[in-house]
Design a protein around this ligand. Structure first.
Ligand code: FES
Length: 151
């Protein structure tokens, strides 16, 4: 083996070694970085009170909540997540109840289970008025179905 051949093999070897070390460090870095699913914020503003009509609830798709506005009783917010396996329930104004399309659970207007397999009532969340005049919902704070915000 002459000197030129030896140098080219040496350079290739060093390049291969650097590449292997780089791949290994990348794998170690990936292993040390936690795999986290980021949840959407649990406290959020949904708009001004005047944005919500009286009568039928307003369904907010991204937040998966129903915002009820009663003329005398004020605001209330119900979860649209079925307590069985998490499907999105629908509200029927005519019967004033919630139906889950996945396995047939039915909830009354206050969220209690009328027909299973749902194991628990729907959650109701705290709704408050923020200093800027917008309604703020906190999904971390479960309230009784009788909770109301008067505005
Ligand atoms: S997810 Fe609603 S009844 Fe099963």
């Amino acid at each position: 083996m002459n000197r030129r051949s030896f140098m080219s093999w040496g350079t290739a070897g060093v390049a291969a070694l650097c590449s292997a070390v780089g791949v290994s460090l990348g794998a170690v870095g990936r292993f040390l970085t936690p795999s986290v699913f980021y949840e959407p914020p649990q406290t959020f503003k949904i708009g001004k009170p005047a944005d919500f009509p009286f009568g039928s609830p307003t369904f907010l798709v991204d937040e998966k909540i129903f915002v009820f506005r009663h003329r005398e009783k004020g605001f209330a917010v119900a979860s649209a997540v079925c307590t069985h396996l998490g499907c999105t329930v629908k509200y029927f104004q005519s019967d004033q109840d919630f139906h889950c399309p996945c396995h047939g659970s039915i909830y009354s207007a206050n969220g209690t289970v009328l027909h299973g397999p749902a194991p628990r009532p729907l959650n109701w969340f705290e709704i408050t008025l923020a200093p800027d005049g917008q309604l703020r919902v906190d999904k971390n704070k479960i309230v009784p179905p009788t909770y109301r915000l008067m505005v």
